[in-house]
Write a protein that binds this ligand. Structure first.
Ligand SMILES: [Zn+2]
Length: 476
């Protein structure tokens, strides 16, 4: 069935999703993308992923633009963590991205375990942190972290720096001997060395601490360097050129991870939506801009540069639809990032279609944050527990990353049918949004954008994260 603008949203989405399910294009594309391996900025894998995306878009009939930017990249070297007292023992670790090198011989000191590193944990122990090596888990317990970014790794790192820690150990909260990668800062070198350790070795440190002081020596050798990379952009022109819907996904991964779910899944879905609408010769009112961001894993660098490059038309971006980590099992909804008018729009779209799209707590996570800061109405696809069209149960609590940022984020973790649900939900919002006349939600001025972030408790978080270092609204 050909999709036309006169169809109801339900008809259009079902037709589109049916095509997706039958052809299984997104999963096949993800398989090919994952053959590249890791896609970390500055590595051959990043270059191959860029070429893959460009070629796929060109084959679908798009004119492709690479929007270059230069950022502070990072090269991993060796890392070693040794307990020297009360026992002599070597623990597993790898550096967090952005971690500086230690002086030769490492830094040594007593460790201080701060649990999950919630704001309350730091507040309670802030006077004990100076001169210590802080250990926190990767967990962000939802009852204690509002907004969730209060318990993001970079916030925990920022607080450790602020209170005078000499090093930072980030412990996976989930068993399996896997270190969970992550970055320390945006576009600047971390101030103190930082490594990530598996759950089991964190637990070992906790058992030793129960008996008294524990001393460790941490030695890291890494390199920060200037690197040019790009966002990849392709437009499907609409009937009007000054109303734009951006569908975005970051294509980079960490250097220890294939990033099948985070975010090969979002890239594959984005590429296949781009192909499907073109193949069906669909015409929308608004222009649809398909964007593939670089360097998200180093604190949303590519999306921040996108906001800088497009500063002259931010108010023409009527929606940013963020597809990140969409290969995780579960029913889908959208996090509308504190845009209450957009939340209402999304809920109504769901009602029209017969797929409940409940509001979630604003996460201000990943590439969404740069757009929110730039005032652009933003909807990020997220899991929901309440409903799934295909009966997919949610397998993650949402308080940690599951396999994300570990070497286990591989294609075998992705259920092909997850794409069916994600494609259906993404398309229903895209179809409705791209055919809406005029704004979908109110574009925010700089003051309004900041006010909403502060209203949701993001003020202290942005401050301690030192985010953004890239002037998202430089040209105002
Ligand atoms: Zn991601």
């Amino acid at each position: 069935m050909a999709v036309t603008r006169n169809m109801t949203i339900a008809q259009a989405s079902r037709s589109f999703a049916g095509d997706f399910i039958v052809r299984r294009n997104a999963y096949n594309t993800l398989q090919k993308l994952c053959e590249i391996g890791t896609r970390f900025p500055g590595t051959p894998g990043e270059t191959r992923a860029q070429d893959f995306i460009e070629q796929h878009l060109a084959e679908s009939g798009y004119t492709v633009t690479r929007e270059a930017f230069t950022h502070l990249a990072w090269r991993r070297g060796s890392a070693s963590l040794k307990v020297t007292d009360p026992v002599s023992e070597v623990l597993d670790c790898i550096s967090l991205a952005g971690s500086p090198s230690t002086p030769t011989g490492g830094v040594s000191g007593k460790i201080l375990f701060l649990g999950n590193g919630t704001p309350a944990d730091f507040e309670k122990h802030k006077d004990e942190i100076r001169g210590r090596i802080v250990v926190v888990t990767s967990l962000a317990p939802s009852s204690e972290c509002s907004p969730p970014r209060e318990c993001h790794r970079r916030t925990k790192y920022g607080r450790s720096v602020k209170y005078g820690a000499i090093a930072f150990l980030f412990m996976n909260s989930q068993p399996g001997m896997l270190p969970q990668a992550g970055s320390t800062r945006q576009n600047m070198a971390g101030e103190i060395p930082a490594v990530t350790i598996p759950y089991e070795h964190g637990e070992r440190l906790k058992r030793l601490l129960a008996k008294g002081d524990v001393e460790v020596v941490l030695e890291t050798e890494n390199e920060n360097y200037e690197h040019e990379t790009c966002n990849i952009v392709a437009d499907l022109p609409g009937e009007v050129s000054d109303e734009i819907v951006v569908v975005g996904s970051h294509y980079d991964s960490h250097d220890n991870a294939h990033g099948a779910v985070d975010n090969g899944s979002g890239v594959a879905l984005n590429l296949e939506i781009a192909r499907a609408v073109r193949e069906a010769s669909l015409k929308f009112r608004k222009t649809i801009r398909f964007v593939f961001f670089g360097v998200e894993e180093m604190a949303s660098v590519g999306s921040s540069f996108f906001a800088v490059h497009h500063h002259h038309e931010l108010d023409k971006l009527h929606l940013f639809l963020n597809l990140d980590g969409i290969g995780q099992q579960g029913g889908k909804t959208f996090d509308t990032q504190g845009f209450t008018d957009l939340a209402e729009y999304v809920t109504n779209a769901g009602r029209e279609f017969g797929y409940p799209l409940p509001a979630t707590r604003p996460s201000f996570a990943g590439d969404s944050l740069a757009f929110v800061r730039a005032g652009v109405p933003t909807a990020a696809m997220r899991n929901q527990k309440g409903y799934s069209f295909f009966g997919h149960a949610v397998t993650s609590s949402g308080e940690d990353r599951g396999w994300g940022h570990t070497s286990a984020d591989t294609i075998d973790k992705v259920n092909p049918h997850v794409f069916d649900e994600s494609a259906l939900v993404a398309y229903l919002l895209l179809f409705k949004a791209a055919n809406t006349k005029g704004p979908i939600a109110k574009y925010r001025t700089d003051e309004e954008a900041l006010a909403v972030l502060y209203e949701h408790g993001m003020g202290p978080v942005l401050d301690v994260m030192k985010w953004p270092t890239i002037p998202v609204k430089a040209m105002r």
